[in-house]
Design a protein around this ligand. Structure first.
Ligand code: SAM
Length: 392
């Protein structure tokens, strides 16, 4: 048994039961022990799941195009921050920097980087990779630095934030919380139903206020952590854009009893998904679809302006990466392997049934004339226009 499971069991034994959010928080982030707290690499082919940046640098190039256009419209501020949540070892960031370097883009001279990455090993990798760039790369500023002009990026971050699981019941309020307990007979971690912890109920109630009643026995995830994070995003920037990419759906779709009786929570290990969320805590990723309705409402309540809701296929199609694609296929340094890798990656990244269907939410921060120009419908930012050609 992993040490983190022993610690979780101790807590469950002490408390009788704990929320799934608490279980997930410890299973993923328990210092030195959690799934995202050890030296082991989790994303990528050798890990448990594949993300778009790990598949190919083209998404990094696309977000670099968005960052560059944002910087231009803000009047080329002397300092422009790339602020990234869950940056891992910096694969997306490095792809963006690489793209800007290939373009000889002047934004590189204004760029500073700030990341929130819970895994100290991945943060060390990212720091070393930046330092190894020509000229030492852009300066790395601490998370929590005063806000600056810039771009906030979060790819597959929100889905990793802890969530509660509620179950539709004819209980007061129409639901009970699905909690984690220990089976007295088998001694394995198991589900129990009960009332949310004091304090949590008050947090969940307003977030559920607009929900139609859940069907009897229907499971649904709810993440106050995601709402809090989205609410705080406007404080990150004086002006600029926020781009959140993740698998998610509108709240009403996630809680449609005809298609989602069991909710969307899954555990991942070795590129296989399972609905068994409680086994082997610390060895499996735990995740659920992001409630985009909740995310947007919280971000806007926090002060961001919602610019567009699109998906990864449309984002890539309109982000202005045609030059990058042409260079990879036929440029002076093009190789057959590179061209094939790009084609194969685009097939996955732009297929609406695969990563192409991932949600992309874009927001504008600030109210300066430059920030207003970012939201000009007559001149959409890269990635935010409707595609004018059929997608693959
Ligand atoms: C699914 S991975 C995505 C990594 C990267 N963005 C990508 O697309 O390949 C989630 C990342 O978020 C980090 N993470 C998870 N919870 C976090 C938290 N509360 N604060 C900061 N980072 C967190 C993990 O360590 C991991 O690097």
């Amino acid at each position: 048994m992993e040490e983190v499971e022993r610690l979780i069991r101790e807590e469950v034994q002490r408390e009788g039961s704990i929320s799934f959010a608490r279980f997930m928080g410890r299973a993923l982030l328990e210092p030195g022990l959690g799934y995202y707290a050890t030296a082991q690499r989790r994303a990528g082919r050798s890990g448990d799941f594949m993300t778009a940046p790990e598949l190919h640098p083209i998404l990094g190039a696309a977000i670099a195009q968005l960052a560059a256009a944002t910087w231009e419209r803000l009047g080329r501020p002397a300092t422009f921050r790339w602020r990234e949540y869950g940056a891992g070892e910096g694969t997306l960031l490095l792809a963006a920097l690489d793209h800007l370097a290939r373009e000889g883009h002047p934004l590189l001279d204004a760029l500073e980087v700030s990341v929130s990455e819970a895994n100290p090993y991945r943060l060390a990798d990212l720091t070393a990779a930046l330092a190894a760039l020509p000229g030492g790369g852009p300066p790395l500023v601490a998370a929590g630095s005063p806000p600056a002009a810039g771009i906030v990026v979060a790819n597959e971050f929100a889905d990793a934030l802890p969530f509660h699981i509620v179950v539709g019941r004819a209980a007061p309020g129409g639901f009970a919380e699905r909690r984690v307990s220990i089976d007295p007979v088998t001694n394995v971690l198991t589900w129990a139903e009960g009332a949310p912890d004091p304090g949590v109920a008050e947090r969940l109630a307003p977030l559920m206020a607009s929900w139609p009643p859940l069907a009897e026995g229907q499971l649904a995830e709810l993440s106050p952590a995601t709402a809090d994070w989205a609410h705080g995003l406007s404080g990150e920037l004086t002006e600029g854009v926020v781009i959140v990419l993740d698998y998610g759906r509108e709240g009403a779709i996630l809680r449609d009893a005809t298609s989602r009786m069991a909710g969307t929570a899954l555990a991942y290990q070795g590129h296989r998904a399972t609905a068994d969320l409680l086994s082997e805590p610390g060895s499996r990723d735990l995740t659920a679809h992001v409630d985009l309705t909740l995310l947007r409402a919280a971000a806007v309540a926090g002060g961001l302006r919602h610019l567009t809701s699109t998906n990864q296929a449309k984002f890539l199609a309109t982000a202005g990466v045609d030059g990058e694609v042409a260079r990879t296929r036929t440029g002076p340094a093009a190789t057959l392997e590179g061209a094939i890798a790009l084609r194969s990656a685009l097939a996955q990244l732009m297929d609406p049934r695969r990563m192409g269907g991932f949600a992309v939410e874009v927001f504008v921060a600030g109210s300066s004339p430059g920030a207003n120009a970012l939201a000009d419908p007559a001149s959409p930012l890269p990635g935010t226009a409707a595609p004018n050609r059929p997608l693959v």
